[in-house]
Design a protein around this ligand. Structure first.
Ligand SMILES: *Cc1c(COP(=O)(O)O)cnc(C)c1O
Length: 448
């Protein structure tokens, strides 16, 4: 395994773990929509000597000496982000998406304020006010929902905003397969005086690739992770828009102060450098093609699933993601499908669907995405193959239903696992998955 010589020498245990994970990534179909394969250039930056530096503060205003090169890296990341997204201000220091969102709260809200976001079990993110998140405990969270057809209920959102007068409204989520109505949310924010924060963590790569509407014209603040469709290292950014500065000329300073010293200490400069490289990569024509292909692949996957008897939430997709509705196979069956897919090397996650008749832990849906497979250069033809295989897996575990009584679930799942481990149909699909993966190398430059 090239590139890990020093790990091998220093720590054979961790070396074999990394090797195992590399094998898993190579030989499986990575279909978790929030995952991707970053470039070797990004990985080298993240694995570089930049990890050695402390640089609390911001470029030109640091608490430590020796930051001239770090300042250049951070400025490069900021300049590229501003240009790519068309925003006047950006903070590239958030450690990840969740802390970025916390910083937005810290900048704009006080504890007890009313906030609004898409309900978690309707596709929203934990940090948009869900009850198990600190954001649901510190603030008065008024969630909006999707309609029975799976589309965001914009009328409900408007009504709730008018009634509850939130300080902050979130738009953007983790399990939504259609265009986000940014314009409508912008109007709701204007009508009610709220700040609108668009969290484009999942779709930022699609936005810069020109295959999803940008929220920059409509929102005051835009947050995004950098490791999903944007294909950078694990990290996040908070952008302030012209509209945001028009509403509050001090908004950029408030955001910066919230990130540091409000929530964080020293920035992860090695990650900042990786973000800068990813942003450069995302600004070229090849990335636009990549983004377009993600969506084409997602549509092809949706079609293949439907052609093979699988029901989808909203009956299709506009973006990188497809949400399977398993209720025709019984409620709470996501766990059986996810585990059977895992066994054949197709990595997905069980997910709630709108009006899920089961629970968040035993949901009735499966969430799938195409960003990682598209990075491996798979196209519509492979999506048709994969859609058919997924459908075969779903039908192979048809009939397994979660026991109503909680105390019976453990033994039931154990016997389910035992029986699928020996299923000849699943073994055959596993072989087909490995064959397919071998045709699309993960990192051809490394020979893997
Ligand atoms: C992934 C995601 C986050 C959180 O990102 P982490 O890096 O996992 O903390 C926040 N919001 C949305 C919409 C996301 O999809």
């Amino acid at each position: 395994m090239k590139g890990y010589e020093y790990v091998e020498k220093a720590d054979s245990e961790l070396f074999s773990i990394i090797k195992g994970e590399l094998g898993r990534q190579r030989e499986g179909l990575e279909m978790i929509p929030s995952e991707n394969f970053t470039s070797l250039a990004v990985m080298q930056a993240v694995g570089s000597i930049l990890t050695n530096k402390y640089s609390e503060g911001y470029a030109g205003r640091r608490y430590y000496g020796g930051n001239n090169f770090i300042d250049m890296a951070e400025r490069a990341a900021m300049d590229r982000a501003k240009k790519l997204f068309g925003v006047p201000h950006v903070n590239v220091q958030p450690y990840s998406g969740s802390p970025a969102n916390f910083a937005v709260y810290m900048a704009l809200c006080s504890p007890g304020d009313t906030i609004m976001g898409q309900n978690l079990t309707d596709g929203g993110h934990l940090t948009h006010g869900w009850k198990t998140s600190m954001t649901g405990k510190l603030f008065n969270s008024v969630p909006y929902h999707v309609k029975p057809d799976g589309y965001i209920d914009i009328d409900e959102a408007r009504k709730l905003a008018k009634e509850n007068k939130p300080v902050l409204i979130w738009v953007g989520s983790t399990a939504y397969t259609r265009e986000f109505p940014f314009k409508e949310f912008g109007e709701i924010a204007d009508e009610t005086g709220a700040y609108l924060a668009a969290d484009i963590s999942h779709i930022s790569g699609l936005v810069v690739g020109g295959v999803h509407t940008s929220p920059v014209k409509y929102a005051h603040v835009v947050t995004t992770t950098t490791h999903k469709t944007l294909r950078g290292p694990r990290g996040a950014m908070i952008m302030v828009t012209e509209k945001g500065i028009a509403k509050d000329p001090l908004l950029s300073e408030k955001i910066d102060k919230a990130v540091f010293p409000g929530l964080q200490g020293g920035p992860h400069d090695h990650v900042t450098a990786g973000i800068a490289i990813a942003l450069l990569e995302a600004s070229n024509a090849e990335f636009r093609e990549y983004a377009k292909q993600i969506v084409n692949n997602s549509r092809a996957l949706a079609k293949a699933l439907k052609d093979n008897g699988i029901k989808l939430v909203t009956d299709g997709t506009d973006n990188h993601m497809v949400l399977i509705d398993l209720t025709p196979f019984g409620k709470g069956t996501g766990i059986f499908v996810q585990e059977a897919l895992d066994l054949v090397g197709i990595t997905t996650n069980k997910n709630t669907i709108p009006n899920d008749p089961s629970s968040a832990f035993y949901p009735s849906g499966i969430r799938l995405g195409t960003p990682a497979l598209t990075t491996r250069k798979m196209k519509e033809k492979e999506m048709a193959e994969i859609g058919a295989m997924i459908s075969e897996v779903v039908f192979a575990v048809k009939g397994y239903v979660l026991p109503e009584a909680k105390e019976h679930r453990g033994t039931y799942l154990a016997s389910f696992r035992e029986s699928i481990a020996n299923d000849a149909r699943l073994k055959d699909i596993k072989k087909r998955v490995v064959d397919l993966c071998e045709r699309f190398p993960l990192y051809p430059e490394l020979g893997v």
